[in-house]
Design a protein around this ligand. Sequence first.
Ligand code: PMV
Length: 312
Amino acid sequence: MTTASAPGKIILFGEHAVVYGRPAIAVPVRQVRAQAAVEDLPGESPGRIRLEAPDIGRSLWLPQAGSDDPLARAVRLVLEALGMRDPRPVRVRVTSSIPVASGLGSGAAVTVAIVRALSAHWEHPLPDETVSELAYEVEKIHHGTPSGIDNTVIVHQRPVYFQRGRPIQSLTVAQPLHLVIAISDQPSPTAVAVARVREHWESDPQAAEADFDAIGRLVDQARRALEEGPAARLGPLMDENHALLARMGVSTPALDRLVDAARCAGAYGAKLSGGGLGGNIIAACDPSRAEAIERALLEAGATQTITTQVNP
Ligand code: PMV
């Protein structure tokens, strides 16, 4: 059996504006992971591939899956990349502790785990760049114009400063950054949120571009704050980034409530993270406040909290 796993991720700063060419910062979340396990199916004919995702009650043969099925798309892309038509028959079993539709990169992590496990099992492990490109192709199923930040941070498993079309830059934090992530009770429909920002841009391109520029400036300030410390400097930048996202129409009363709860419980700052309209919010804090913040977030309606740390 060959296994591979990939972490979740959060976007620290710059979501949505990143689709329009501005930079963004994302970090892996190692407390949650997707895993793929591949094993041979002796007795089956060459080319037979069974897909199993028990968490979501799925079990099918590859040809039964439609072209917009992300698991099947990942497998088909691996076959294409390796130029294989009738490989050794296998079962691919996917499990994940990453909350789905929560802005934590569950889709990209599942794809990365499948691509790595399958290509390694067939003795042709693909390089990171190719794994990232294939994961990007699958992301297109979720919304047509992904920036590429999810696949990039999940493949590289380290903090990234990302700008579309440019080589990725890694980023080293000056001191540990403590984050509390709260999952709201609404899923994040990334495609709908991206379409909403697109409407904002189409109805008033100048105003939208100004918002994207403002977010881009925050990302650069945040990068300096991360690289120099102290972490508390990030708080006001997160608050401003949240306000801009809310103006662009991708926050909700439930997300605003969570952000307020985290701030009242002593976070340096808080913001929605990822597509918005549901999904998660993140709060940066001193580690001594993390527990109180988690309690406040659960009281304010979060369904789950995850604490994570970005280390130097
Ligand atoms: O909801 P998520 O975490 O998949 O993030 C979407 C991030 C956006 O910037 C809104 C879209 C993108 O492709 O970067």
